[in-house]
Design a protein around this ligand. Structure first.
Ligand code: ZN
Length: 470
């Protein structure tokens, strides 16, 4: 059975593929907590999208199951072993600035435009058609294959949490919700806060830190920071010193004074928290400047804690620098910085650690360092890394299929995380964005290139067959 022309099988079904995809894209499946009921716990739009998939599966002869209206599956094949394919049909809100209807699914110049076309309805339908082709060709399988449809990927993953509490975990699988070729390693992701309680006051300090604010999300490098300082001396040379500082580091910002209250703002450069070096952290730059001011003891400690992270995004601050061959370096992003003189300081960190890093030991080391500095850790969360060995049969099969279908080498990618594949015990992210293509997920005028989706469908069809065949 090695002579199946998978692309030809896809092209025979092109019209139906587009029709089925358009139907799904026209459902506004955005999380809506104001429109929920026991039958539609994440809102009616999301429920409609889930039912759309299950109805399509029923019509095409798959065994389907709705799991708590949060997820569902469509199954074919037979045997004890289970291959899982995990996609999602919820989408992020469309936002502003579209040049077409975000739920119109119009096709222009070979691109289908809609929220969800590339994340993740297009790839999910591609995987579905991959299964459908294998099924319609009547190929013998000795494993079951299940398309698992999640509905809360863009928010809290309540879908997979509920689904895997009730349903079996696949023996292996893949997730069409990221990039081709294959993402085989994703770092662990841990968020936590450094907390500074209020200390003794320093009434005679020249400057007193009143408040400091920068950043709102753990996983972003903040591009804006603002501080309010009370001056017990006059403005003096600060104005000039601050402007020199901004010029030196090629930053924007402002100084203003109102009575004896000084306000400084700083504009840095935002970036994804997975690589802090790609941004200019506004909060860290501002804290670094404030160190020179002669602040009150409590304020001084806060800005010194933050500025210790200046150019130190690899865990140096806690003595936990680490890297491995599989997934690279440990990184720490300082995403949120808040201080008021009444409440003290909160610093929110986003740490991405390599797949072979011992997180329990790392956490203990961080806590020890903080304790020495009379600081503490709060709100620790941890999403474990995911990693499949390069010589694993899953990887080998997907590599071979990808190379056969595309003629390109199937490089294995390691990323800072985190894709939906970490919901599987033994799975990788596999498509559907091809190398070199523009990533328009979550953006206005999101689109998918129709020919790319069809190519992805051929890859998925062959992959499903190769993984499940007798
Ligand atoms: Zn997605």
């Amino acid at each position: 059975m090695n002579h199946i022309n998978w692309m030809e099988e896809v092209l025979k079904r092109k019209e139906d593929f587009i029709k089925d995809l358009q139907g799904l894209l026209r459902i506004k499946s955005v999380l809506n907590e104001n429109d929920k009921n026991p039958e539609a716990p994440l809102g009616q739009g999301i429920k409609d999208a889930l039912e759309y998939m299950l109805n399509m599966g029923n019509k095409d002869g798959f065994i389907t199951k709705n799991v708590g209206n949060l997820a569902g599956h469509l199954e074919m094949g037979q045997g004890d072993k289970l291959i899982g394919i995990l996609g999602h049909v919820d989408v992020v809100p469309e936002g502003d600035g579209w040049s077409v209807d975000p739920y119109g699914a119009v096709i222009k110049d070979g691109k289908i435009y809609a929220r969800g076309s590339s994340d993740d309805k297009g790839p999910t339908i591609a995987a579905y058609y991959g299964m459908k082709i294998v099924k319609e060709l009547g190929l013998p399988l000795d494993k079951r294959v299940r398309l698992i449809v999640g509905t809360d990927e863009e928010s809290d993953w309540r879908c997979v949490e509920h689904y895997f509490a009730e349903e079996e975990m696949p023996d292996m699988g893949f997730v069409p919700d990221a990039d081709f070729p294959i993402i085989f390693a994703e770092k662990g992701i841990s968020d936590y806060d450094i907390v500074q309680d209020i200390g003794t006051s320093t009434p005679n300090a020249d400057f007193k830190l009143l408040s400091f604010q920068s950043g709102r999300r753990y996983n972003m490098v903040p591009d804006f920071a603002e501080v309010h300082v009370q001056m017990n001396s006059d403005l003096g040379k600060i104005d000039q010193e601050y402007r020199n500082y901004l010029r030196e580091w090629e930053l924007e910002g402002d100084v203003s004074a109102n009575g004896n209250e000084l306000t400084l703002t700083l504009v840095g450069k935002s970036a994804h928290g997975a690589e802090p070096r790609n941004g200019k952290n506004a909060g860290i730059f501002l804290a670094k400047f404030l160190r020179s001011l002669g602040l009150d003891a409590q304020g001084k400690k806060f800005v010194e804690t933050i500025s210790s992270f200046f150019n130190q995004s690899r865990g140096e601050v806690f003595g936990i620098s680490y890297q491995d061959e599989e997934s690279g370096e440990l990184t720490i992003n300082v995403g949120i910085m808040n201080y008021t003189k009444e409440k003290g300081g909160h610093i929110g960190l986003n740490m991405r650690y390599p797949v072979t890093f011992d997180i329990e030991k790392g956490k203990a080391k961080i806590e020890e360092t903080l304790k020495k500095n009379e600081l503490k850790m709060e709100n620790f969360t941890d999403s474990k890394p995911t990693y499949v060995k390069k010589d694993d049969p899953l990887i080998q099969t997907l590599q071979r299929v990808y190379e056969e279908q595309t003629g390109e080498k199937a490089e294995l990618l390691a990323i800072g995380g985190g894709t939906y594949s970490r919901a599987l015990d033994h799975g990788v992210a596999f498509g559907a964005l091809f190398p070199g293509r523009e990533d328009v997920m979550h953006q206005k005028d999101e689109y998918a290139i129709v020919d790319d989706l069809l190519k992805a469908t051929a890859i998925y069809a062959q992959a499903i067959y190769e993984l499940a065949k007798v």
